[in-house]
Each structure stands twice: as structure tokens, then as C-alpha cells.
Design a protein around this ligand. Structure first.
Ligand SMILES: [Zn+2]
Length: 256
């Protein structure tokens, strides 16, 4: 198996995995979506809310604030404290502000310096004169399998494409023009950058019957991981692999 980095940003990576199977790449995808522990605010206790927003709406907005990742934390069920709640499975935070002011994610003050809002500039609410919020929040560790609020990323993969255009195709210009990403080279009739092709099939639809085909290689995948949490894609992938190998070890032990 070979892995090549195609694109790398803070919150997004695009990898090419060669010599794999759809089942294997999908296992990585599903493990990240469903079984990686990440933190998110789960509940709030409202002490004062004289803003223009109901407590429920405020709680919903605060629940969506992405939090930074702290390695080693676990769900309350799996924690050594046995569901009582300790620093390894939950973190308390406070948010208190008086208007007129804009309340940002960075105004949520965490009791743990390693676990706090990852994007401090996200706006939660605007407060006007004589408006005030004061609340306590509890962030807990869960997985995407518990609730979509703990789904850490958007992930997809596709097979590597090879474009084949018949030399007899009559309307080559229309086929070239049909590609929304302008990927078809009119002279060579090949894809200029196959990694940008998203298999939209517009070129096939623009051609006469059968003049254009896209062959895909199901052993060569382009995997895109875009984090929507405060956890970077590399950490998500490593945690997913750790989770998978732990499950395999459990299986091995039970078989023995
Ligand atoms: Zn605990």
C-alpha cells in the first residue's frame, strides 16, 4: 500500500491510497465518522439569560462550538471514574458577558487549558444594552455513533479516474467544454489533473453514446478528510487507526 499527500491544510487533507480495497478505505472513513472520541459541549446550566434568544437556542449554538482535542480523554462510560465525571471525561466551562457586546466562542472560559473553543472568533450571540448571559457549560467526550454533534469530519473517497475519449467522437469541443473544472486537454484527450475530477459524468453526457468513458481503479483511492471539529485530520486518522487496532486486539484475545 502506498500513500501520497495530495493536499494539506490545517483542517483538510487529501490523500491518494494505492494498493488498497474499497472495504479498507471505507473502514477508515467509518471509524473516523463513528468511533473517534472528541469533545463537545453537552449541557448548559443557565444562571441568567436576558438576551433576545431562548435558552434552548443558546444551548444549541454553544453545543456546535468546535473544541480543541485533548489526547487521552474518554467517554464517561469507559472512564476510570465509572461514569461519575472527572477531568478525563468532562470539562466545565463558564460564559458570562454583559451587553452591549458581541459574544464570541473565546468568551467561553474553560477550566482546562488544553480543551477550549478551537475557533475563538466564532460569534455566538450579540447582546444589546441591559442584556446579559451567565451560564455554566459541560463538555463531554462522545463519538459520532452517539450523536451527530460528535461527528468530527466530513469524509469521502473516490476511485482514481482515467478518461477515455474515442478518436471518432464528433463533438470533441462540446465534450471539453462540458467539464465544469476544465480538466480535459483538447489535444491529448486526457485529464490534465485526474485528482480534480469528481466523476460528475458531464463529459459522458455531452458525448454521443459511448464516445466517452471514465474507467475507475478500485484499488487506487482519493480520500478527502475535512475536519468540522477542533481536531485536525491527521489526529483523526491516527485515532481511527488506534481504535481499529484495539478492536482487532480484542477480537484476537477473545478468539484465543
Ligand atoms: Zn471520568
Amino acid at each position: 500500500m502506498k500513500v501520497k499527500m495530495l493536499e494539506k491544510k490545517d483542517n483538510k487533507v487529501k490523500l491518494e491510497i494505492t494498493g488498497t480495497t474499497p472495504a479498507f478505505t471505507n473502514m477508515i472513513r467509518r471509524t473516523i465518522l463513528q468511533h473517534v472520541n472528541i469533545p463537545a459541549i453537552d449541557s448548559i446550566d443557565v444562571i441568567k439569560n436576558t438576551s433576545s434568544v431562548y435558552n434552548e437556542s443558546l444551548a444549541h449554538r454553544i453545543g456546535l462550538v468546535p473544541l480543541t482535542y485533548k489526547s487521552g480523554m474518554s467517554t464517561k462510560e469507559d472512564c476510570k471514574c465509572k461514569n461519575k465525571g472527572c477531568t478525563m471525561c468532562e470539562v466545565k466551562m463558564v460564559l458570562a458577558k454583559k451587553g452591549p457586546a458581541t459574544v464570541y466562542a473565546k468568551d467561553i472560559k474553560s477550566t482546562d487549558k488544553d480543551l477550549k473553543p478551537s475557533n475563538g472568533d466564532a460569534i455566538i450571540i450579540k447582546l444589546y444594552e441591559n442584556q446579559e448571559i451567565n451560564l455554566e457549560a459541560t463538555a463531554v467526550i462522545k463519538t459520532g455513533a452517539d450523536h451527530a454533534n460528535w461527528q468530527p469530519a466530513v469524509i469521502g473517497y473516490q476511485y482514481f479516474p482515467t478518461l477515455k475519449i474515442s478518436k471518432d467522437a464528433k463533438n470533441i469541443k462540446d465534450i471539453v467544454k462540458a467539464c465544469p473544472h476544465d480538466l480535459i486537454d483538447e489535444k491529448t484527450l486526457k485529464l490534465k489533473d485526474p485528482y480534480k475530477c469528481d466523476l460528475c459524468n458531464q463529459c459522458i453526457e455531452a458525448a454521443d453514446d459511448g464516445a466517452v468513458t471514465i474507467e475507475t481503479d478500485n484499488t487506487r483511492h482519493i480520500l478527502t478528510i475535512e475536519s468540522i471539529s477542533g481536531v485536525d485530520p491527521k489526529t483523526l486518522m491516527l485515532e481511527a487507526l488506534k481504535e481499529t487496532s484495539e478492536k482487532l486486539k480484542e477480537l484476537e484475545a477473545s478468539l484465543k
